[in-house]
Design a protein around this ligand. Structure first.
Ligand SMILES: [Zn+2]
Length: 311
């Protein structure tokens, strides 16, 4: 494509292709760590930016090891957008070591977000799981902020400021794009509120502690989490506590994630006669401008179906 554009540009410049003006080269080159950020940056940037993934499609942002061969791409990148709140700290350290000075190109979505909104205990807030694994007072916050549409508006605003600073000529275009997209995100938020309103005391149990911000925003009690740390099977004590919470709260659904349902989750669901439903954490897949909203709306449909059936 790049070669094609170059050829087309050449033809235009030597006078053969006056009717076929080449598309302007994107002014900003942006790398993002998560599919959500890909959507936000694409929406704000429109055709004035080129957004690419920092990590391969199926990489787990909690575990991925940075590859030296990507450094060349990074050298030509204008800005690197990260979610922040500790999620990509390993990545920042690795980048700075391998490409000194690259830290200056990093902008985090969580920058400027009120500290009081951050959740420090992984998973359930008011559950017995804290007896098993007390929240570390000085530990990192739960990083899954992007699963809250109001945080998304904050992230989009950070992206807008960043793009305006780097490409002031396109400032007005970015502002219009961001404003249209924030309206869309606020409608998404309204639709979540509309789902929440008729529910008396919704409660849920998830496989991975990815949804505390969504639960906090929409006043859903997160009564327990199967794996306190993604990919780490819980001990028998935690499991017994969780089963007690599921019974006490009349939980009828176990929310798992697409492509990562553990054998233990299925076993638990079978033993306790729970419906298994999928909620996407939007950490993998959905790399498209519309992907964030589509993923969040798909989660909303799942929540509506599962939580409205509770007694
Ligand atoms: Zn996660």
């Amino acid at each position: 494509m790049r070669l094609f554009r170059w050829l087309l540009g050449m033809l235009v410049s030597v006078g053969f292709g006056g009717l076929y003006l080449p598309a302007a080269e994107p002014r900003l080159r942006v790398l993002v760590s998560l599919p959500a950020l890909y959507s936000w940056a694409s929406q704000v940037g429109g055709d004035r930016v080129q957004v690419d993934r920092l990590l391969p499609v199926e990489a787990d942002p909690h575990l991925f090891q940075f590859r030296p061969r990507d450094l060349e791409v990074l050298r030509h990148t204008d800005v690197i957008l990260l979610s922040g709140a500790g999620l990509e700290d390993w990545l920042k350290a690795s980048l700075e070591k391998q490409l000194p000075g690259s830290g200056r190109k990093i902008v985090e979505m969580a920058t400027g977000y009120p500290q009081s909104e951050l959740i420090y205990s992984e998973g359930a807030e008011d559950s017995g799981s804290s007896k098993d694994m007390p929240a570390v007072p000085n530990g990192p916050p739960n990083p899954h902020l992007w699963l809250d549409p109001i945080f998304a508006c904050h992230g989009v605003t950070n992206i807008l400021r960043t793009f305006q600073l780097l490409a002031p000529d396109s400032s007005a275009v970015f502002a219009t794009n961001a404003s249209v997209y924030i309206q869309q995100l606020l409608r998404l938020h309204e639709d979540y509120e509309a789902f929440r309103r008729p529910l008396k005391a919704p409660a849920m149990v998830t496989a991975h502690p990815a949804f505390p911000y969504l639960c906090q925003r929409y006043r859903i009690r997160l009564v327990g989490v199967l794996e306190e740390t993604a990919g780490t099977e819980p001990g028998p004590r935690h499991l017994a506590t969780l089963m007690g919470q599921i019974r006490a709260n009349h939980i009828s659904t176990l929310f798992v994630e697409p492509h990562s349902t553990s054998r233990l989750a299925l076993q638990l669901a079978r033993d306790m006669k729970l419906t298994v439903a999928e909620l996407d954490t939007l950490e993998t897949g959905y790399w498209s401008a519309a992907g964030y909203e589509e993923g969040m709306r798909s989660n909303l449909r799942t929540l509506t179906k599962q939580l409205q059936e509770q007694p």
